[in-house]
Design a protein around this ligand. Sequence first.
Ligand SMILES: NC(=O)c1ccc[n+]([C@@H]2O[C@H](COP(=O)([O-])OP(=O)(O)OC[C@H]3O[C@@H](n4cnc5c(N)ncnc54)[C@H](O)[C@@H]3O)[C@@H](O)[C@H]2O)c1
Length: 346
Amino acid sequence: MKLLITGGAGFIGSNFVKFVAREHPDVKITVLDALTYCGNMDNFTPEILRNKNFSFCHGNILDEKLVFNLMKKQDKVVHFAAWTHIDRSITLSDPFMDTDFKGTQVLLEAIKKHPVEKFIHISTSEVYGSAQKVPMDEHHPIAPQSPYAGAKAGSDRLAYSYWATYKLPITIIRPFNVYGPNQYPEKLIPFFITNALENKNLLIYGDGKNTRDWTYVTDTVRGIWNTLEKKNIDGEVINIGSEMEVNVIDIAKTILDTLKKPDKLLEFIGDRPGHVTRLFANRKKAKSLLNWEPKMSFDKGLEQTINWYIKNKEWWQKIRTKPEYKEFETLWYGQLRKNSKIKGVK
Ligand SMILES: NC(=O)c1ccc[n+]([C@@H]2O[C@H](COP(=O)([O-])OP(=O)(O)OC[C@H]3O[C@@H](n4cnc5c(N)ncnc54)[C@H](O)[C@@H]3O)[C@@H](O)[C@H]2O)c1
């Protein structure tokens, strides 16, 4: 099988690459990634980079010529590429609209011209907004609460429309929150772990009681692989969530306890505008269609993640010391600390 993976140098994409290379070594993988601030060649092990069935294309999904050419040679596609940080989308939404929405349209046009056997669009549970009823199944209203979620909701429905209109073999996966090794340290769990390791405050939005449904990344990528193998699921939307709901304060406290750091590192700041209060998945459809269930408990997954960040200091320190990382952190948290109105960077 020839498999194109967009955004394969990011967090979930690179974990998916490692899973496929290990479990299905005959698959010929091509990663297309623009290496934005969060795409990272360090996410690939030397074995992956040496693997003759792995090739890396440094390019943008908005580049129609490149995408159309690449698509001629593929059997299946998993589309992860996106701008993914909600906070950043609040300060500057342009790259989210460009990549998450328009970039997806370029890929969909490419498979219309050069048909593939399967196209998996990676959407997100953020498209639902705060839970209106729980558990949240795939019929939950779409009510995005951030520019990121709005762009993802648009691309989720766009992918659906290409199935409805052209009967292209498209399946939409909506992962709930994912965590684990190689997650960019601006995201909640690695942000807390790396801050705690540097004896910096763990900054908590609002009252910290917001909950998310957390899935360990190896479980998420297994669900995506099952989707690739499964026949007769074109046009389906499937949640990949764990039904393990944990609030932000509990996560922060567990991280501090595990690292033997004091509770005084907890700092409550202003809330994020549009902050989703609760996400809690119904995963019945993933069980019935994909025979998928999570294997990792939250406690074990968090412990493994903390250990990974302890052992891989070089990986995250390289990111956290970049001017770009510090600039955004100072701008964003500076405003929330003052509880002031969020200003954009335009
Ligand atoms: N991390 C989560 O908790 C989570 C949950 C639900 C859904 N998702 C979705 O899963 C996908 C992957 O998320 P992630 O956490 O791995 O993100 P990430 O930010 O770590 O990685 C995104 C990757 O996409 C690449 N990229 C961005 N713009 C591009 C462009 N124009 N062309 C080519 N490559 C581009 C980046 O360089 C990066 O490698 C995204 O679509 C995201 O919306 C993530």
